[in-house]
Write a protein of this length. Structure first.
Length: 610
Protein backbone atom coordinates (compact mmCIF):
# COMPACT_ATOMS: atom_id res chain seq x y z
CA UNK A 1 0.00 0.00 0.00
CA UNK A 2 1.41 3.42 -1.00
CA UNK A 3 2.18 5.95 1.69
CA UNK A 4 -0.23 8.95 1.82
CA UNK A 5 1.13 11.89 -0.18
CA UNK A 6 -0.13 15.36 -1.11
CA UNK A 7 -1.45 15.83 -4.66
CA UNK A 8 -2.98 19.33 -4.35
CA UNK A 9 -2.74 22.40 -2.10
CA UNK A 10 -5.36 25.17 -2.23
CA UNK A 11 -4.90 27.53 0.70
CA UNK A 12 -5.98 25.75 3.92
CA UNK A 13 -7.25 22.75 1.86
CA UNK A 14 -4.81 19.92 1.13
CA UNK A 15 -5.81 16.89 -0.98
CA UNK A 16 -3.87 13.64 -0.44
CA UNK A 17 -3.95 10.19 -2.06
CA UNK A 18 -3.27 6.81 -0.47
CA UNK A 19 -5.73 7.66 2.30
CA UNK A 20 -7.97 4.55 2.12
CA UNK A 21 -7.37 3.86 5.84
CA UNK A 22 -8.38 7.39 6.87
CA UNK A 23 -11.60 8.15 8.73
CA UNK A 24 -13.76 11.27 8.74
CA UNK A 25 -12.50 13.96 11.13
CA UNK A 26 -9.26 12.05 11.76
CA UNK A 27 -6.30 14.24 12.68
CA UNK A 28 -3.34 14.17 10.27
CA UNK A 29 0.19 15.50 10.23
CA UNK A 30 0.68 17.21 6.87
CA UNK A 31 4.02 17.67 5.06
CA UNK A 32 7.52 17.46 6.52
CA UNK A 33 6.64 20.46 8.75
CA UNK A 34 4.08 18.31 10.66
CA UNK A 35 1.19 20.75 10.19
CA UNK A 36 -2.02 19.82 12.03
CA UNK A 37 -4.95 18.92 9.78
CA UNK A 38 -8.30 17.14 9.88
CA UNK A 39 -9.94 14.93 7.26
CA UNK A 40 -13.20 16.56 6.13
CA UNK A 41 -14.00 14.65 2.92
CA UNK A 42 -13.24 11.13 1.58
CA UNK A 43 -13.45 9.79 -1.98
CA UNK A 44 -11.97 6.31 -2.38
CA UNK A 45 -8.31 6.61 -1.46
CA UNK A 46 -8.33 10.43 -1.83
CA UNK A 47 -8.99 12.64 1.19
CA UNK A 48 -9.52 16.39 1.59
CA UNK A 49 -7.74 17.72 4.67
CA UNK A 50 -8.52 20.99 6.44
CA UNK A 51 -5.17 22.31 7.70
CA UNK A 52 -5.14 24.49 10.81
CA UNK A 53 -1.80 26.14 10.06
CA UNK A 54 -0.32 28.23 7.24
CA UNK A 55 0.27 26.04 4.14
CA UNK A 56 2.53 28.33 2.10
CA UNK A 57 5.53 26.39 0.79
CA UNK A 58 3.78 23.02 1.05
CA UNK A 59 3.58 21.21 -2.30
CA UNK A 60 2.59 17.94 -4.01
CA UNK A 61 4.58 14.83 -3.15
CA UNK A 62 5.08 15.70 0.51
CA UNK A 63 4.01 13.06 3.07
CA UNK A 64 0.83 12.88 5.18
CA UNK A 65 0.76 10.92 8.43
CA UNK A 66 -2.46 9.56 9.95
CA UNK A 67 -2.72 9.70 13.76
CA UNK A 68 -5.77 7.44 14.26
CA UNK A 69 -7.46 10.00 16.57
CA UNK A 70 -10.14 12.64 16.07
CA UNK A 71 -9.57 16.29 16.98
CA UNK A 72 -10.03 16.26 20.76
CA UNK A 73 -9.36 18.55 23.71
CA UNK A 74 -7.56 17.79 26.95
CA UNK A 75 -9.96 18.16 29.89
CA UNK A 76 -8.63 18.34 33.43
CA UNK A 77 -7.18 20.71 36.05
CA UNK A 78 -5.23 23.61 34.53
CA UNK A 79 -7.73 24.81 31.92
CA UNK A 80 -8.61 27.97 33.86
CA UNK A 81 -6.31 31.01 33.62
CA UNK A 82 -4.97 29.73 30.27
CA UNK A 83 -4.83 31.46 26.86
CA UNK A 84 -5.27 28.98 23.99
CA UNK A 85 -5.26 29.17 20.23
CA UNK A 86 -8.11 27.65 18.18
CA UNK A 87 -6.92 24.03 18.56
CA UNK A 88 -6.10 24.21 22.30
CA UNK A 89 -2.40 24.98 22.15
CA UNK A 90 -1.40 27.30 25.03
CA UNK A 91 -0.03 30.54 23.59
CA UNK A 92 2.73 30.75 26.24
CA UNK A 93 4.02 27.27 25.35
CA UNK A 94 3.89 28.08 21.62
CA UNK A 95 5.98 31.20 22.30
CA UNK A 96 8.50 29.21 24.36
CA UNK A 97 8.73 26.47 21.72
CA UNK A 98 9.05 28.96 18.85
CA UNK A 99 11.54 31.11 20.85
CA UNK A 100 9.77 34.05 19.26
CA UNK A 101 6.57 36.08 19.77
CA UNK A 102 5.54 34.92 16.27
CA UNK A 103 3.73 31.60 15.91
CA UNK A 104 5.79 29.24 13.78
CA UNK A 105 4.43 26.17 11.99
CA UNK A 106 4.42 22.56 13.12
CA UNK A 107 4.56 23.25 16.86
CA UNK A 108 3.00 20.42 18.85
CA UNK A 109 2.42 21.35 22.50
CA UNK A 110 -0.05 19.72 24.95
CA UNK A 111 -3.22 21.52 26.00
CA UNK A 112 -2.54 20.80 29.69
CA UNK A 113 0.71 20.72 31.67
CA UNK A 114 1.70 17.07 32.19
CA UNK A 115 4.33 17.83 34.86
CA UNK A 116 2.42 20.09 37.25
CA UNK A 117 1.29 18.37 40.45
CA UNK A 118 -2.24 18.81 41.85
CA UNK A 119 -3.53 18.07 45.35
CA UNK A 120 -6.20 15.40 44.72
CA UNK A 121 -8.65 14.76 47.57
CA UNK A 122 -10.60 11.51 47.14
CA UNK A 123 -14.31 11.70 48.00
CA UNK A 124 -15.29 8.19 46.83
CA UNK A 125 -14.22 5.13 48.85
CA UNK A 126 -13.03 1.65 47.96
CA UNK A 127 -16.08 -0.56 47.36
CA UNK A 128 -18.36 2.29 46.22
CA UNK A 129 -20.49 1.56 43.17
CA UNK A 130 -20.02 4.45 40.73
CA UNK A 131 -21.40 5.36 37.31
CA UNK A 132 -20.67 7.90 34.60
CA UNK A 133 -20.46 11.45 35.96
CA UNK A 134 -19.99 10.45 39.63
CA UNK A 135 -17.40 12.55 41.45
CA UNK A 136 -14.37 10.53 42.56
CA UNK A 137 -12.44 13.41 44.11
CA UNK A 138 -11.71 17.13 43.95
CA UNK A 139 -8.79 19.43 43.15
CA UNK A 140 -8.66 23.13 44.10
CA UNK A 141 -7.90 24.34 40.58
CA UNK A 142 -7.98 28.05 41.51
CA UNK A 143 -9.08 29.94 44.61
CA UNK A 144 -12.53 30.35 42.99
CA UNK A 145 -13.18 26.98 41.34
CA UNK A 146 -13.06 23.47 42.80
CA UNK A 147 -12.33 21.00 40.00
CA UNK A 148 -14.34 17.78 40.25
CA UNK A 149 -12.70 14.64 38.87
CA UNK A 150 -15.54 12.56 37.44
CA UNK A 151 -16.06 9.02 36.16
CA UNK A 152 -15.81 9.27 32.33
CA UNK A 153 -19.02 8.84 30.29
CA UNK A 154 -19.84 5.21 29.43
CA UNK A 155 -18.17 3.68 32.49
CA UNK A 156 -19.86 1.96 35.42
CA UNK A 157 -18.41 -0.27 38.13
CA UNK A 158 -16.92 -0.55 41.61
CA UNK A 159 -14.03 1.47 43.04
CA UNK A 160 -11.19 -1.00 43.55
CA UNK A 161 -8.48 1.53 44.46
CA UNK A 162 -8.49 5.27 45.19
CA UNK A 163 -6.00 7.49 46.99
CA UNK A 164 -5.52 11.15 47.90
CA UNK A 165 -2.22 12.92 47.30
CA UNK A 166 -0.16 15.01 44.86
CA UNK A 167 -0.41 13.77 41.28
CA UNK A 168 0.07 15.06 37.78
CA UNK A 169 -2.86 14.68 35.38
CA UNK A 170 -1.50 11.45 33.82
CA UNK A 171 -0.90 9.57 37.07
CA UNK A 172 -3.51 7.03 38.20
CA UNK A 173 -5.71 8.30 41.06
CA UNK A 174 -8.29 5.49 41.05
CA UNK A 175 -8.97 2.01 39.61
CA UNK A 176 -12.54 1.02 38.74
CA UNK A 177 -13.57 -2.59 38.26
CA UNK A 178 -16.02 -2.27 35.40
CA UNK A 179 -19.53 -3.70 35.59
CA UNK A 180 -19.90 -6.87 33.46
CA UNK A 181 -23.17 -5.49 32.03
CA UNK A 182 -21.29 -2.56 30.44
CA UNK A 183 -19.15 -5.00 28.37
CA UNK A 184 -16.02 -2.90 28.72
CA UNK A 185 -12.94 -4.29 26.88
CA UNK A 186 -10.94 -3.73 30.10
CA UNK A 187 -12.15 -5.38 33.33
CA UNK A 188 -10.23 -2.74 35.30
CA UNK A 189 -10.14 0.89 34.16
CA UNK A 190 -7.34 3.19 35.33
CA UNK A 191 -8.64 6.70 36.11
CA UNK A 192 -6.43 9.78 35.78
CA UNK A 193 -7.34 13.46 36.13
CA UNK A 194 -7.02 13.83 32.34
CA UNK A 195 -9.95 13.16 29.99
CA UNK A 196 -9.96 13.58 26.22
CA UNK A 197 -13.13 14.44 24.34
CA UNK A 198 -13.82 14.88 20.58
CA UNK A 199 -14.79 18.53 20.03
CA UNK A 200 -17.56 17.85 17.49
CA UNK A 201 -19.54 15.49 19.76
CA UNK A 202 -21.68 17.09 22.53
CA UNK A 203 -20.90 15.77 26.02
CA UNK A 204 -23.82 13.71 27.43
CA UNK A 205 -26.05 15.01 30.24
CA UNK A 206 -28.97 13.75 32.26
CA UNK A 207 -32.40 15.30 31.94
CA UNK A 208 -32.61 18.70 30.20
CA UNK A 209 -34.26 21.35 32.38
CA UNK A 210 -36.58 24.22 31.46
CA UNK A 211 -34.82 27.54 32.10
CA UNK A 212 -36.34 29.19 35.18
CA UNK A 213 -33.66 31.58 36.49
CA UNK A 214 -32.19 34.62 34.72
CA UNK A 215 -28.50 34.96 33.96
CA UNK A 216 -28.07 38.39 35.57
CA UNK A 217 -25.65 40.46 33.48
CA UNK A 218 -25.55 43.76 35.38
CA UNK A 219 -26.58 45.56 32.15
CA UNK A 220 -29.93 47.28 32.72
CA UNK A 221 -31.20 47.17 29.14
CA UNK A 222 -30.64 43.39 29.08
CA UNK A 223 -31.77 42.37 32.57
CA UNK A 224 -34.88 44.58 32.65
CA UNK A 225 -36.14 44.47 29.06
CA UNK A 226 -34.52 41.48 27.29
CA UNK A 227 -33.30 38.92 29.87
CA UNK A 228 -31.46 35.72 29.07
CA UNK A 229 -32.02 32.60 31.18
CA UNK A 230 -29.31 30.44 32.69
CA UNK A 231 -28.76 27.86 29.97
CA UNK A 232 -30.18 30.14 27.29
CA UNK A 233 -28.81 31.19 23.90
CA UNK A 234 -28.55 34.80 22.74
CA UNK A 235 -27.35 36.62 19.63
CA UNK A 236 -25.80 40.11 19.46
CA UNK A 237 -25.82 41.22 15.83
CA UNK A 238 -24.56 44.66 14.91
CA UNK A 239 -22.56 46.60 12.34
CA UNK A 240 -18.89 47.51 12.65
CA UNK A 241 -18.19 49.79 15.63
CA UNK A 242 -21.58 49.32 17.29
CA UNK A 243 -20.08 47.81 20.44
CA UNK A 244 -20.32 44.02 20.09
CA UNK A 245 -16.91 43.36 21.60
CA UNK A 246 -17.34 45.80 24.52
CA UNK A 247 -20.77 44.28 25.26
CA UNK A 248 -19.32 40.74 25.17
CA UNK A 249 -16.44 41.75 27.43
CA UNK A 250 -18.83 43.44 29.87
CA UNK A 251 -20.94 40.26 29.96
CA UNK A 252 -17.82 38.19 30.60
CA UNK A 253 -16.84 40.46 33.50
CA UNK A 254 -20.18 40.81 35.26
CA UNK A 255 -22.64 38.05 34.31
CA UNK A 256 -23.67 35.71 37.14
CA UNK A 257 -21.82 32.67 35.78
CA UNK A 258 -19.22 30.77 37.76
CA UNK A 259 -17.00 29.92 34.76
CA UNK A 260 -16.42 32.04 31.64
CA UNK A 261 -15.18 30.73 28.28
CA UNK A 262 -14.34 33.59 25.89
CA UNK A 263 -13.69 32.75 22.22
CA UNK A 264 -12.15 35.47 20.05
CA UNK A 265 -13.05 33.88 16.72
CA UNK A 266 -11.72 35.78 13.72
CA UNK A 267 -11.90 39.24 15.29
CA UNK A 268 -9.11 41.79 14.76
CA UNK A 269 -5.85 41.01 16.52
CA UNK A 270 -5.70 44.35 18.34
CA UNK A 271 -9.14 43.73 19.92
CA UNK A 272 -8.06 40.33 21.19
CA UNK A 273 -4.78 41.83 22.44
CA UNK A 274 -6.82 44.23 24.58
CA UNK A 275 -8.74 41.26 26.04
CA UNK A 276 -5.53 39.33 26.75
CA UNK A 277 -4.02 42.35 28.50
CA UNK A 278 -7.14 43.52 30.34
CA UNK A 279 -8.61 40.27 31.68
CA UNK A 280 -5.64 39.30 33.93
CA UNK A 281 -5.93 42.74 35.61
CA UNK A 282 -9.69 42.59 36.21
CA UNK A 283 -11.24 41.79 39.57
CA UNK A 284 -14.13 39.37 39.98
CA UNK A 285 -16.88 41.70 41.33
CA UNK A 286 -18.21 38.95 43.65
CA UNK A 287 -14.98 37.87 45.33
CA UNK A 288 -12.34 40.50 44.61
CA UNK A 289 -10.07 37.80 43.15
CA UNK A 290 -8.61 38.14 39.60
CA UNK A 291 -11.29 37.37 37.01
CA UNK A 292 -8.91 35.04 35.13
CA UNK A 293 -9.19 32.52 37.99
CA UNK A 294 -12.54 31.45 36.52
CA UNK A 295 -11.90 32.20 32.84
CA UNK A 296 -10.60 30.33 29.78
CA UNK A 297 -9.60 32.46 26.77
CA UNK A 298 -9.38 31.11 23.22
CA UNK A 299 -7.75 33.47 20.72
CA UNK A 300 -8.05 32.81 17.01
CA UNK A 301 -7.84 36.23 15.41
CA UNK A 302 -8.29 37.31 11.79
CA UNK A 303 -4.53 37.14 11.13
CA UNK A 304 -4.36 33.51 12.31
CA UNK A 305 -5.14 30.58 9.95
CA UNK A 306 -8.72 30.69 8.63
CA UNK A 307 -9.54 26.99 9.09
CA UNK A 308 -8.73 27.08 12.83
CA UNK A 309 -11.66 29.48 13.37
CA UNK A 310 -14.07 26.62 12.84
CA UNK A 311 -12.25 24.43 15.36
CA UNK A 312 -11.97 27.24 17.95
CA UNK A 313 -15.75 27.45 18.39
CA UNK A 314 -16.04 23.70 19.05
CA UNK A 315 -12.95 23.69 21.29
CA UNK A 316 -14.49 26.42 23.44
CA UNK A 317 -17.91 24.85 23.80
CA UNK A 318 -16.44 21.42 24.70
CA UNK A 319 -14.42 23.01 27.54
CA UNK A 320 -17.59 24.87 28.64
CA UNK A 321 -19.59 21.60 28.66
CA UNK A 322 -16.93 19.97 30.85
CA UNK A 323 -17.37 22.59 33.60
CA UNK A 324 -21.15 22.42 33.20
CA UNK A 325 -20.91 18.67 33.89
CA UNK A 326 -19.24 19.48 37.23
CA UNK A 327 -22.39 21.38 38.21
CA UNK A 328 -21.29 24.92 37.43
CA UNK A 329 -23.14 27.73 35.65
CA UNK A 330 -20.99 28.43 32.59
CA UNK A 331 -21.24 31.32 30.10
CA UNK A 332 -19.62 31.11 26.67
CA UNK A 333 -18.97 34.25 24.59
CA UNK A 334 -18.25 33.73 20.88
CA UNK A 335 -16.98 36.85 19.10
CA UNK A 336 -17.93 36.48 16.34
CA UNK A 337 -19.83 33.61 14.76
CA UNK A 338 -19.85 35.46 11.41
CA UNK A 339 -16.11 34.87 11.09
CA UNK A 340 -16.70 31.19 11.88
CA UNK A 341 -19.33 31.07 9.10
CA UNK A 342 -16.93 32.82 6.71
CA UNK A 343 -14.31 30.15 7.43
CA UNK A 344 -16.92 27.49 6.54
CA UNK A 345 -17.73 29.40 3.35
CA UNK A 346 -14.07 29.47 2.35
CA UNK A 347 -13.59 25.75 2.95
CA UNK A 348 -16.84 24.96 1.12
CA UNK A 349 -15.62 26.97 -1.88
CA UNK A 350 -12.27 25.15 -1.88
CA UNK A 351 -14.14 21.81 -1.82
CA UNK A 352 -16.20 23.01 -4.84
CA UNK A 353 -19.49 22.35 -3.04
CA UNK A 354 -22.76 23.78 -4.35
CA UNK A 355 -23.06 27.24 -2.69
CA UNK A 356 -26.16 28.38 -0.84
CA UNK A 357 -27.33 31.94 -0.20
CA UNK A 358 -24.52 34.54 -0.52
CA UNK A 359 -22.01 31.74 -1.12
CA UNK A 360 -22.38 30.18 2.31
CA UNK A 361 -22.59 26.36 2.36
CA UNK A 362 -26.03 24.74 2.33
CA UNK A 363 -25.34 23.24 5.77
CA UNK A 364 -24.80 26.67 7.44
CA UNK A 365 -28.19 26.43 9.19
CA UNK A 366 -27.63 22.95 10.60
CA UNK A 367 -24.08 23.77 11.81
CA UNK A 368 -25.32 26.97 13.50
CA UNK A 369 -28.21 25.11 15.14
CA UNK A 370 -25.90 22.29 16.26
CA UNK A 371 -23.63 24.81 17.98
CA UNK A 372 -26.33 26.77 19.85
CA UNK A 373 -28.25 23.61 20.79
CA UNK A 374 -25.29 22.57 22.96
CA UNK A 375 -26.43 25.32 25.36
CA UNK A 376 -28.95 24.49 28.08
CA UNK A 377 -29.59 23.77 31.74
CA UNK A 378 -29.43 20.09 32.69
CA UNK A 379 -29.16 17.54 35.45
CA UNK A 380 -25.57 16.36 35.35
CA UNK A 381 -24.66 12.68 35.01
CA UNK A 382 -24.01 11.16 38.42
CA UNK A 383 -25.91 10.19 41.54
CA UNK A 384 -25.53 13.43 43.54
CA UNK A 385 -28.26 15.51 41.83
CA UNK A 386 -25.85 18.15 40.47
CA UNK A 387 -27.35 20.70 38.12
CA UNK A 388 -25.35 22.78 35.66
CA UNK A 389 -26.04 25.24 32.88
CA UNK A 390 -24.29 26.46 29.75
CA UNK A 391 -25.38 29.84 28.37
CA UNK A 392 -24.14 30.74 24.88
CA UNK A 393 -23.92 34.36 23.71
CA UNK A 394 -22.79 34.74 20.11
CA UNK A 395 -21.91 38.01 18.41
CA UNK A 396 -22.81 38.29 14.72
CA UNK A 397 -21.16 40.80 12.37
CA UNK A 398 -23.52 41.26 9.40
CA UNK A 399 -21.91 43.23 6.56
CA UNK A 400 -23.25 46.79 6.64
CA UNK A 401 -25.51 45.94 9.58
CA UNK A 402 -27.89 44.02 7.27
CA UNK A 403 -29.85 41.69 9.58
CA UNK A 404 -31.43 39.89 6.60
CA UNK A 405 -28.13 38.18 5.67
CA UNK A 406 -27.88 34.36 6.14
CA UNK A 407 -25.73 34.13 9.31
CA UNK A 408 -27.99 36.50 11.29
CA UNK A 409 -31.17 34.82 10.06
CA UNK A 410 -29.93 31.29 10.81
CA UNK A 411 -28.84 32.44 14.27
CA UNK A 412 -32.23 34.01 15.00
CA UNK A 413 -33.98 30.73 14.18
CA UNK A 414 -32.26 28.91 17.05
CA UNK A 415 -31.63 31.59 19.70
CA UNK A 416 -34.41 32.93 21.93
CA UNK A 417 -32.81 36.29 22.72
CA UNK A 418 -32.01 38.95 20.13
CA UNK A 419 -29.99 41.99 21.24
CA UNK A 420 -29.91 44.23 18.15
CA UNK A 421 -27.06 46.76 18.16
CA UNK A 422 -27.89 50.00 16.35
CA UNK A 423 -25.27 52.20 14.64
CA UNK A 424 -27.56 55.27 15.02
CA UNK A 425 -27.49 54.89 18.81
CA UNK A 426 -23.70 54.54 18.64
CA UNK A 427 -23.43 57.84 16.74
CA UNK A 428 -25.60 59.45 19.46
CA UNK A 429 -23.14 58.06 22.06
CA UNK A 430 -25.89 55.98 23.67
CA UNK A 431 -24.27 52.84 25.12
CA UNK A 432 -24.91 49.96 25.21
CA UNK A 433 -26.37 50.74 21.79
CA UNK A 434 -29.03 48.00 21.93
CA UNK A 435 -32.17 49.01 20.05
CA UNK A 436 -35.13 48.58 22.42
CA UNK A 437 -37.63 48.47 19.54
CA UNK A 438 -35.92 45.73 17.51
CA UNK A 439 -34.63 43.48 20.32
CA UNK A 440 -36.64 40.76 22.05
CA UNK A 441 -36.44 37.91 24.57
CA UNK A 442 -38.61 34.78 24.58
CA UNK A 443 -37.62 33.93 28.17
CA UNK A 444 -39.62 36.69 29.92
CA UNK A 445 -42.64 34.50 30.76
CA UNK A 446 -40.46 31.64 32.07
CA UNK A 447 -38.58 34.00 34.38
CA UNK A 448 -41.62 35.83 35.80
CA UNK A 449 -41.88 33.51 38.82
CA UNK A 450 -38.23 34.08 39.76
CA UNK A 451 -38.57 37.87 39.58
CA UNK A 452 -41.76 37.87 41.68
CA UNK A 453 -40.15 35.72 44.38
CA UNK A 454 -36.57 37.01 44.47
CA UNK A 455 -36.85 40.69 43.43
CA UNK A 456 -40.38 42.15 43.59
CA UNK A 457 -43.91 41.12 42.64
CA UNK A 458 -44.32 43.99 40.18
CA UNK A 459 -40.91 43.56 38.48
CA UNK A 460 -42.42 41.96 35.35
CA UNK A 461 -45.34 44.43 35.16
CA UNK A 462 -42.86 47.33 35.40
CA UNK A 463 -40.90 45.85 32.48
CA UNK A 464 -44.07 45.65 30.38
CA UNK A 465 -44.96 49.27 31.24
CA UNK A 466 -41.47 50.50 30.36
CA UNK A 467 -41.60 48.71 26.97
CA UNK A 468 -45.03 50.20 26.23
CA UNK A 469 -43.83 53.72 27.09
CA UNK A 470 -40.84 53.37 24.75
CA UNK A 471 -43.08 52.06 21.94
CA UNK A 472 -45.56 54.91 22.50
CA UNK A 473 -42.69 57.39 22.30
CA UNK A 474 -41.65 56.08 18.87
CA UNK A 475 -45.21 56.71 17.59
CA UNK A 476 -45.40 60.20 19.10
CA UNK A 477 -42.00 61.16 17.66
CA UNK A 478 -43.52 61.15 14.16
CA UNK A 479 -46.15 63.69 15.27
CA UNK A 480 -43.50 65.81 17.03
CA UNK A 481 -41.37 65.94 13.88
CA UNK A 482 -44.34 67.32 11.93
CA UNK A 483 -46.02 69.75 14.34
CA UNK A 484 -43.77 70.04 17.42
CA UNK A 485 -44.08 69.05 21.09
CA UNK A 486 -46.56 71.82 21.98
CA UNK A 487 -49.26 70.17 19.85
CA UNK A 488 -49.28 67.14 22.18
CA UNK A 489 -51.68 66.77 25.09
CA UNK A 490 -50.16 66.99 28.62
CA UNK A 491 -50.49 63.20 28.96
CA UNK A 492 -48.60 62.64 25.70
CA UNK A 493 -45.95 65.17 26.77
CA UNK A 494 -45.56 63.22 30.02
CA UNK A 495 -45.13 59.98 28.04
CA UNK A 496 -42.36 61.62 26.00
CA UNK A 497 -40.69 62.95 29.17
CA UNK A 498 -40.80 59.60 30.99
CA UNK A 499 -39.55 57.75 27.88
CA UNK A 500 -36.61 60.17 27.78
CA UNK A 501 -35.90 59.40 31.45
CA UNK A 502 -36.00 55.65 30.75
CA UNK A 503 -33.62 56.05 27.81
CA UNK A 504 -31.13 58.48 29.33
CA UNK A 505 -31.28 57.69 33.05
CA UNK A 506 -31.96 53.94 32.97
CA UNK A 507 -30.94 52.32 29.66
CA UNK A 508 -27.77 54.39 29.18
CA UNK A 509 -24.89 52.77 31.07
CA UNK A 510 -21.19 53.59 31.31
CA UNK A 511 -19.16 50.35 31.03
CA UNK A 512 -16.04 52.14 32.27
CA UNK A 513 -17.51 53.66 35.45
CA UNK A 514 -16.81 51.67 38.62
CA UNK A 515 -20.39 51.90 39.97
CA UNK A 516 -22.44 52.28 36.77
CA UNK A 517 -20.79 49.34 34.95
CA UNK A 518 -22.77 46.81 37.02
CA UNK A 519 -26.32 47.13 38.44
CA UNK A 520 -27.95 44.43 40.57
CA UNK A 521 -31.51 43.28 39.80
CA UNK A 522 -32.85 44.93 42.99
CA UNK A 523 -31.25 48.26 42.13
CA UNK A 524 -32.62 48.03 38.57
CA UNK A 525 -36.08 47.44 40.01
CA UNK A 526 -35.83 50.46 42.33
CA UNK A 527 -34.55 52.67 39.51
CA UNK A 528 -37.43 51.72 37.21
CA UNK A 529 -39.95 52.02 40.07
CA UNK A 530 -38.77 55.56 40.79
CA UNK A 531 -39.28 56.58 37.14
CA UNK A 532 -42.75 54.99 36.99
CA UNK A 533 -43.65 56.59 40.37
CA UNK A 534 -42.74 59.95 38.80
CA UNK A 535 -45.14 59.18 35.92
CA UNK A 536 -48.01 58.00 38.16
CA UNK A 537 -47.71 61.04 40.45
CA UNK A 538 -47.53 63.40 37.48
CA UNK A 539 -50.69 61.91 35.94
CA UNK A 540 -52.72 63.20 38.93
CA UNK A 541 -51.24 66.68 38.54
CA UNK A 542 -51.55 67.24 34.77
CA UNK A 543 -55.31 66.47 34.82
CA UNK A 544 -55.89 70.06 35.97
CA UNK A 545 -57.22 72.45 33.36
CA UNK A 546 -54.67 74.66 31.54
CA UNK A 547 -51.78 73.01 33.41
CA UNK A 548 -48.30 74.23 32.43
CA UNK A 549 -46.35 71.00 31.75
CA UNK A 550 -42.99 72.80 31.96
CA UNK A 551 -43.46 72.88 35.77
CA UNK A 552 -43.16 69.07 35.84
CA UNK A 553 -40.00 69.25 33.72
CA UNK A 554 -38.40 71.74 36.14
CA UNK A 555 -38.98 69.73 39.35
CA UNK A 556 -35.74 69.44 41.42
CA UNK A 557 -36.29 65.69 41.97
CA UNK A 558 -35.43 65.09 38.31
CA UNK A 559 -31.79 65.78 39.22
CA UNK A 560 -31.95 62.95 41.78
CA UNK A 561 -33.37 60.59 39.12
CA UNK A 562 -30.48 61.45 36.76
CA UNK A 563 -27.96 60.47 39.47
CA UNK A 564 -29.67 57.17 40.45
CA UNK A 565 -27.35 54.96 38.42
CA UNK A 566 -24.34 56.22 40.40
CA UNK A 567 -25.79 55.32 43.81
CA UNK A 568 -23.71 52.56 45.45
CA UNK A 569 -25.46 49.25 46.17
CA UNK A 570 -24.86 49.60 49.92
CA UNK A 571 -27.67 51.52 51.61
CA UNK A 572 -29.48 52.14 48.31
CA UNK A 573 -32.97 51.25 49.65
CA UNK A 574 -33.01 54.29 51.96
CA UNK A 575 -31.78 56.53 49.13
CA UNK A 576 -34.49 55.32 46.75
CA UNK A 577 -37.18 55.72 49.45
CA UNK A 578 -35.97 59.31 49.83
CA UNK A 579 -36.21 59.91 46.05
CA UNK A 580 -39.78 58.53 45.93
CA UNK A 581 -40.78 60.68 48.94
CA UNK A 582 -39.40 63.74 47.11
CA UNK A 583 -41.40 62.80 43.99
CA UNK A 584 -44.65 62.59 45.99
CA UNK A 585 -44.06 65.77 47.98
CA UNK A 586 -43.01 67.88 44.97
CA UNK A 587 -45.91 66.60 42.85
CA UNK A 588 -48.35 67.32 45.72
CA UNK A 589 -46.88 70.80 45.93
CA UNK A 590 -47.56 71.30 42.21
CA UNK A 591 -51.11 70.00 42.60
CA UNK A 592 -51.91 72.30 45.52
CA UNK A 593 -50.44 75.35 43.82
CA UNK A 594 -52.35 74.48 40.66
CA UNK A 595 -55.68 73.99 42.47
CA UNK A 596 -55.14 77.28 44.37
CA UNK A 597 -54.85 79.12 41.05
CA UNK A 598 -58.07 77.62 39.72
CA UNK A 599 -60.05 78.49 42.93
CA UNK A 600 -58.77 82.08 42.82
CA UNK A 601 -59.90 82.36 39.22
CA UNK A 602 -63.41 81.12 40.16
CA UNK A 603 -63.74 83.82 42.87
CA UNK A 604 -62.79 86.55 40.42
CA UNK A 605 -65.20 85.31 37.76
CA UNK A 606 -68.19 84.74 40.10
CA UNK A 607 -69.48 88.37 40.40
CA UNK A 608 -69.27 88.90 36.65
CA UNK A 609 -71.40 85.79 36.05
CA UNK A 610 -74.02 86.98 38.56
Amino acid sequence: MSNPTIIKVAGPLVVAKGMRQAKMYEVCRVSKDNLIGEVIELHGDTASIQVYEETSGVGPGEPVELTGTTLSVDLGPGLLETFYDGIQRPLKLIEQEAKSPYITRGINVPGLDRKRKWDFKATAKVGDTVGEGDVLGTVQETTLIEHRVMVPPGLKGTVKEIKSGNFNIEEVVAVIKSDPEVRSPNPEVLITMLQKWPIRIPRPTGKKLMPSEPLATGMRVLDMLFPIARGGAAAIPGPFGAGKTVTQQSLAKFCAAQVIVYIGCGERGNEMTEVLKEFPELEDPNTGEPLMKRTVLIANTSNMPVAAREASVYTGITIAEYYRDMGYDVALMADSTSRWAEAMREMSGRLEEMPGEEGYPAYLGSRTAGFYERAGAAECLGSDDRKGSLSVIGAVSPPGGDFSEPVTQNTLRVTKVFWALDAKLTYKRHFPSINWLQSYSLYTNMLGGYYSKEVAEDFSSNRVRASEILQEESKLEEIVRLVGTDSLSPKEQLTMEVAKMIREDFLFQNAFDRIDAYTSLKKQYRMMRAILTFMDSALNVIEQEDFDFSKVQKLPVKEDIVKMSFLPEEGMEAKFDEIEDKIHSQMNGLKESGSGVSKAAEKVEAPATA
